[in-house]
Design a protein around this ligand. Structure first.
Ligand code: ACO
Length: 404
């Protein structure tokens, strides 16, 4: 036990809230989330409406600029994004230097950070509004090219340059799966499913990666550096990295014979570190509204691809069912989160498991940008949490020969 009786005199009053369970770090008008009722809205608009009716670039505009664009504004924004979709050849060479098998999240975060070296004029403090705009557009435009190339590089294939006649999601799928010198046939159903996933991932208020972006940005580090840090925070298996873990868990259950009850039991064992990946959420104490839509989308996509009997989807549904009728999960309000069914869709589309968190990062980018921009507009002070020191009080230096 720690004796904190004299800490007040040494440190003044400090509020302790490890993991920020109940500490607001900012006011924000970007995203509304009610975890008890399972409500999520971007700039006031329910995600259900956006997933159904909006496009990813339009949702990105909404998040970043605070309102839906007019037709003219949307056309101009899309034009800007497609105009900047090529990456510097030096950046391409940088990606080429990664060893075979490098995790695409390592490549993505490095390449996004390296953009500050390729665009030094955008990497300085006190940017003009035009420079802020250019950073935003360049990042949204290039992230899909970088991500697709990270994948192509990992399988030893050449980069497929962007085709700006295609929309954002279609262009990304083409860069992932297209073959040089061969026409790429866009599958509208897959493009629609991808845009739904991207929209549902686009923002989630002050989660771990977004808070990282804001904290790094609060030192006035440039957008590329702040987002690169956000990508790294997202990579963790308790955050966005869970989507990769979910699929690996489902595959493990499949290899083990498909006995979901065994894994539910394992997840409940306090001595076993195993958790049901894709279950639970810090804020949602009701069903994650994104998971509802993603589960539906998984059914649609797999049926369309003729993969409705995909064993992993069956295992996932059985696992959800088993957890729903288990008091451990019910009492703790642990439901499937955004990561639970998304991987099954990516898997069915042919996206490799190591790319799942990259997909999340592409989707989350508009939210990171919107929160970074809001932080700048708020002229936020540098973030600097305090601590309560519990180490030794003053001790004297002991020369090495006297240490025994
Ligand atoms: N499987 C089994 N038990 C769980 C799970 C799970 N997935 N999640 C939480 N629990 C249990 C904990 O063991 C704890 O039990 P206890 O009260 O008996 O000690 C209780 O539920 C509360 O869990 P915490 O870890 O304290 O909750 P916290 O809010 O800190 O964590 C988190 C939330 C990280 C999402 C957690 O539920 C988890 O690890 N889930 C699995 C990983 C995952 O899916 N992450 C993605 C989240 S969504 C996103 O970030 C995009």
């Amino acid at each position: 036990a720690i004796d904190i009786s004299d800490l007040r005199t040494r440190t003044g009053y400090i509020t302790m809230d490890p993991a920020y369970m109940n500490t607001g770090a900012t006011v924000s008008s970007v995203t509304f989330l009610d975890g008890e009722q399972g409500i999520l809205r971007y700039r006031g608009i329910p995600i259900e409406q956006l997933a159904e009716q909006s496009s990813f670039t339009e949702t990105a505009y909404l998040l970043i600029y605070g309102r839906l664009p007019t037709r003219q504004e949307l056309v101009a924004f899309r034009l800007q994004v497609s105009r900047h979709s090529m990456i510097h050849e030096g950046l391409k060479e940088l990606i080429d230097r990664f060893p075979p098998g490098a995790h695409p999240m390592a490549i993505l975060s490095s390449a996004v950070c390296a953009m500050s070296a390729y665009y030094p004029e955008l990497a300085k403090m006190d940017q003009t509004p035009e420079e802020v705009e250019l950073s935003i557009v360049r990042l949204i435009a290039k992230i899909t090219t970088i991500a697709a190339y990270a994948y192509k590089q990992s399988i030893g294939h050449p980069l497929l340059y962007p085709d700006n006649s295609l929309g954002y999601c279609a262009n990304f799928l083409r860069m992932m799966f297209g073959v040089p010198c061969e026409p790429y046939v866009v599958d509208d159903d897959l493009v629609k499913a991808l845009k739904v996933l991207m929209i549902l991932h686009a923002d989630h208020e002050q989660n771990c990666s977004t808070s990282t972006v804001r904290l790094v940005g609060s030192s006035r580090a440039n957008l590329f550096a702040a987002v690169s840090a956000g990508i790294l925070a997202l990579w963790g298996p308790l955050h966005g990295g869970a989507n990769q873990e979910v699929l690996e868990m489902l595959e493990e259950i499949q290899r083990d014979g498909g006995d979901v009850a065994k894994f539910v039991l394992k997840a409940k064992d306090p001595k076993d570190p195993f958790r049901l990946m894709g279950f639970g959420h810090r804020v949602y104490k009701n069903y994650d509204p994104r998971a509802t839509i993603i589960k539906r989308t998984a059914d649609t996509v797999l049926t369309k691809l003729g993969k409705q009997d995909e064993p992993l989807l069956k295992i996932a549904k059985e696992l959800e069912e088993a957890a729903r009728s288990d008091s451990y999960f019910v009492d703790r309000k642990l439901y499937p989160n955004v990561d639970f069914y998304s991987g099954i869709i990516y898997h069915a589309m042919g996206i490799p498991t190591t790319m799942f968190t990259v997909m999340f990062a592409i989707g989350r980018l508009p939210g990171w940008i919107a929160q970074w921009k809001e932080m700048l507009e708020q002229k936020a002070k540098i973030g600097r949490p305090r601590q309560i020191y519990v180490g030794p009080t003053k001790t004297d230096y002991v020369p090495i020969e006297a240490r025994g």
